[in-house]
Design a protein around this ligand. Structure first.
Ligand code: HEC
Ligand SMILES: [Cu+2]
Length: 317
C-alpha cells in the first residue's frame, strides 16, 4: 500500500515502520480531535447567558464518578503508551541487530562523498549496488565530520562517526534505484552529499560484481599492507619480537593486561592498530607502535579484512 506523503517502501523494515507511524498518528489524532470537539461543544453549550443547569452534581455520585474517571484516564493512556513503546522497541531492536549472515559492505564518509567498498574489492563513490532479498550490513566510519547515512525508501538512518564503526542493515525488497542522503549537517556541501542505492536481483548483482572486478579483494589488499607496514615483522611466524599471532583472533575473547577481556571485533582491531596502548593483550609487552596518521580509513578496513580472513586459520606453533 502506498501512503500519501511517504516515500516508497522498498525494504523489509519499511512497511513495519510505516504501520507504527500510522498507528501513532491515528491514536494521537483521535485524542486531539476529541479534545478540540469537547472544547467547542462546551464553549457553545455553557456560553454566557445560556439556559443550562450549572449546579454541582450531588456529592456521593460525584465522588464515585470522579474516582472511576481518574482511574480510566490514567490506566487507558498508560496501557496504550506501553503498547506503543513495546511496538517501537521491537522494531528498534530489529533494526539494531543485523543477522549474522548479512552481506558486509564498508562505508567511509568524507566531506562530501560516500566511498563504498565491497569485500570482493570493488569500490564505488556515491553509488551503492546491493542485491535484493538478502540482508546487507554496512560497516561505516567517517574521515572527518559526523555524517549520517539515510535511505528514506528503506526507512533506515544511522550516524557515521570519525574514530569508530557504526552499523546499519537492511533487506531491500525490490530492484530499483533509491535516493541516498547525508542527514547530518557536515559543512558547506552537505546538501550535495547525496547518491543512490541500486538494488539488483541477486543474479544480476553477482554479474555486476564479476564485471566490475578490477581490484583485488579487501583481504588481499590488507595482506600486502600487512607486509608493507611491517606488521609481519612482529606478527609473522618467524618474528624476533614476541607479538600475539593474529590467526584465529577475530571474534574471539581476548584476555587483556589488568584482567579484563575484550571481544576481538572490528572496533578492537581498529583500536589495536591506532591506539595500541589502550588495550594490551595479556602476557605481551606494550611495544607495538601506533599507526595513527599513517593508515587511511579504507586501508584500515583492508587490514581488518585481512585479519578477519585469518579467523579460521591455526596460529603457528
Ligand atoms: C614492533 C612490533 C609490532 C609491530 C610492527 C606491529 N605490532 Fe601489533 N602487536 C605487537 C605486540 C607486542 C602486541 C601485543 C601487545 C598489545 O596488545 O599492544 C600487538 C598487538 C596487536 C593486536 C592485538 C592482538 C591481540 O591478540 O589482542 C593487533 C590486532 C595487532 N597488533 C595488529 C597489528 C597490525 C595490523 C600491525 C601493522 C599495521 C601491527 N600490529 C604492527 C607488536 C607489533
Ligand atoms: Cu555528510
Amino acid at each position: 500500500m502506498k501512503l500519501p506523503f511517504l516515500p516508497e517502501a522498498a525494504s523489509a523494515l519499511a512497511s513495519k515502520v510505516d504501520a507504527l507511524l500510522v498507528a501513532v498518528t491515528l491514536m494521537t489524532g483521535i485524542v486531539a480531535l476529541a479534545v478540540v470537539v469537547l472544547i467547542i461543544v462546551f464553549a457553545l453549550k455553557y456560553r454566557h447567558g445560556a439556559d443550562v443547569p450549572r449546579d454541582r452534581a450531588p456529592e456521593p455520585i460525584q465522588r464515585r464518578i470522579r474516582r472511576r474517571m481518574e482511574i480510566a484516564w490514567v490506566a487507558v493512556p498508560l496501557l496504550l503508551f506501553i503498547a506503543v513503546f513495546g511496538w517501537g522497541a521491537t522494531l528498534y531492536f530489529d533494526h539494531a541487530a543485523p543477522p549474522a549472515d548479512a552481506l558486509e559492505i564498508f562505508v567511509v564518509a568524507k566531506q562530501w562523498m560516500w566511498k563504498l567498498q565491497h569485500v570482493t574489492g570493488q569500490r564505488e563513490i556515491d553509488e551503492l549496488h546491493v542485491p535484493s532479498g538478502i540482508p546487507v550490513k554496512l560497516v561505516m566510519t567517517s574521515q572527518d565530520a559526523i555524517h549520517s547515512y539515510f535511505v528514506p525508501a528503506f526507512r533506515v538512518k544511522q550516524d557515521v562517526l570519525p574514530g569508530r564503526y557504526t552499523v546499519l542493515w537492511f533487506t531491500a525488497t525490490r530492484p530499483g534505484e533509491y535516493h541516498l542522503f547525508c542527514a547530518e549537517y557536515c559543512g558547506t556541501d552537505h546538501s550535495r552529499m547525496i547518491g543512490k542505492v541500486v538494488v539488483l536481483e541477486p543474479a544480476a548483482f553477482q554479474r555486476w560484481l564479476e564485471v566490475n572486478n578490477a581490484e583485488p579483494a579487501m583481504a588481499t589488499r590488507g595482506e600486502s599492507l600487512f607486509r608493507q607496514l611491517g606488521c609481519s615483522g612482529c606478527h609473522g611466524a618467524h618474528a624476533a619480537v614476541r607479538a600475539p599471532p593474529l590467526e584465529g583472533l577475530y571474534g574471539r575473547q581476548v584476555p587483556l593486561k589488568g584482567g579484563r577481556t575484550a571481544i576481538a571485533d572490528d572496533r578492537y582491531l581498529r583500536d589495536s592498530i591506532l591506539l595500541p596502548h589502550k588495550e594490551i593483550a595479556a602476557g605481551y609487552d606494550p611495544v607495538m607502535p601506533s599507526f595513527a596518521g599513517q593508515i587511511s580509513d579504507p586501508e584500515l578496513l583492508d587490514l581488518i579484512a585481512y585479519i578477519k580472513s585469518l579467523a579460521t586459520k591455526e596460529p603457528p606453533p
